[in-house]
Ligand binder design. Structure first.
Ligand SMILES: Cc1ncc(COP(=O)(O)O)c(C=O)c1O
Length: 376
């Protein structure tokens, strides 16, 4: 099949390989694995993940609704969000098997009214800042994410009859388990035997299991905690499941000189990967040759001056129509995408394990019009 750029291509073989590795870790350790839908809630991905995971981790009513549609009665749905809304709570409790309160006020306000079939937990901020950049750091000062561990320690919320679990999420793209081990040590130091009344601990996401060569420390930790505390252990992984399982293909649509450098405009933009701009990072591209003689600034086609992917080197000079392929773009890209400047969203393709690539979805002018047409 001829792929029409800009094209977002999901790689089934890589996705299944990531899921199989997690399923194996689950079998060896006894932990439960959730897919964090926020990374990419594409139904094709959810359907593929479904047999490999115990359920989905969600952050809102919409995600919970979609999770329920895909899982039916065959999976758990865990909600963690600072944005619990009173009007949505009843519906959320009918959809979610687990709800984590983000604050002591959440706990005070909502624990008396959550349906008893929903297991309630508390998100704790262990105040161990593992990330230098505060924009990603849930343990930054004055954090809005989770209950300050010192305040939780002083309160008697953990002892509350309604609370069955503790949740934390503190890292991003971690490739070793040191932060996890240190976090568990701190929780055990603080709460000791108070943890024994819990039914579950949720370690959050943020670990790139597929890039960690030795997962034995994780397996050992889970086995130890399950034995000593008699708790279930959950992980909720997004990037580590879908991140490296999608590519974005773009075409060069213009090339010109600007102040002594050559700029190549692509038929994609940071609209399709807003974190490039938000965090000023240059995404990986497959065609790059770091020793190549030909340097180009790759830029998106919107009116934003900073709509730039970065400067890359190539073996041969780029030509009009050349393809550029961004790798590792499965997570936190298209879920944040927009149609700024009226530029369309990319076409969605699916590369099955065997056989030809298939078009999953493409958008037309009517989708743009529908979004913005607002008659009284
Ligand atoms: C509470 C929570 N759980 C899980 C995740 C998934 O993290 P990742 O995609 O890095 O695995 C996130 C990501 O932001 C999160 O905020």
């Amino acid at each position: 099949m001829n792929i029409k750029t800009p094209a977002f291509i999901i790689d089934e073989a890589q996705l299944i390989s990531n899921l199989m590795q997690l399923a194996e870790i689950r079998d060896q350790s006894g932990c439960k694995v959730l897919y964090a839908m926020k990374a990419l809630p594409c139904s094709r991905v959810l359907e593929i993940a479904k047999p490999f995971v115990n359920g989905f981790a969600v952050s809102s009513l919409f995600e919970a609704q979609l999770a329920q549609e895909i899982l039916g009665d065959n999976g758990e749905i865990h909600l963690t969000t600072p944005a619990l809304i009173t009007e949505e709570l009843y519906e959320l409790t009918t959809l979610c098997s687990h709800i984590n309160f983000n604050s002591l006020t959440h706990h005070e306000r909502y624990s008396p009214i959550v349906q008893t079939q929903t297991s309630m937990g508390l998100r704790v901020n262990p105040k161990l800042p593992f990330l230098k950049d505060d924009r990603f750091n849930p343990c930054r000062r004055h954090s809005k994410l989770g209950i300050d561990i010192d305040m939780l320690w002083k309160s008697n919320c953990l002892e509350s009859e309604q609370i069955s679990g503790l949740h934390f999420h503190t890292v991003f793209s971690a490739t070793d388990f040191t932060p996890l081990i240190q976090t568990i040590e701190k929780l055990r130091d603080y709460f000791g035997t108070r943890l024994e009344k819990l039914h579950w601990l949720n370690f959050g996401g943020g670990y790139l299991f597929h890039s960690i060569s030795d997962c034995q420390p994780f397996i050992d930790l889970v086995i130890q905690l399950r034995r000593e505390l008699n708790v279930e252990i959950y992980i909720e992984i997004g990037n580590g499941i879908i991140g490296n399982a999608a590519k974005m293909a773009a075409s060069v649509i213009d090339i010109f000189e600007s102040d002594g450098k050559t700029v190549a405009i692509l038929d994609t933009s940071i609209n399709h990967n807003p974190e490039v701009f938000e965090y000023q990072r240059s995404p990986d591209i497959l065609e790059q040759d770091i020793k190549g003689d030909h340097s180009f600034i790759l830029a998106g086609g919107t009116c934003l001056a900073g709509d730039i992917f970065g400067e890359y080197r190539f073996k041969h000079p780029l030509q009009l129509g050349d393809k550029i392929t961004f790798s590792n773009v499965g997570a936190y890209t298209l879920i944040k995408a927009n149609r700024f400047n009226g530029h369309n969203l990319p076409n969605f393709y699916f590369q099955p394990k065997e056989g030809e690539v298939k078009l999953l979805k493409s958008y037309a002018y009517q989708n743009y019009q529908q979004q913005w047409q607002m008659n009284i």
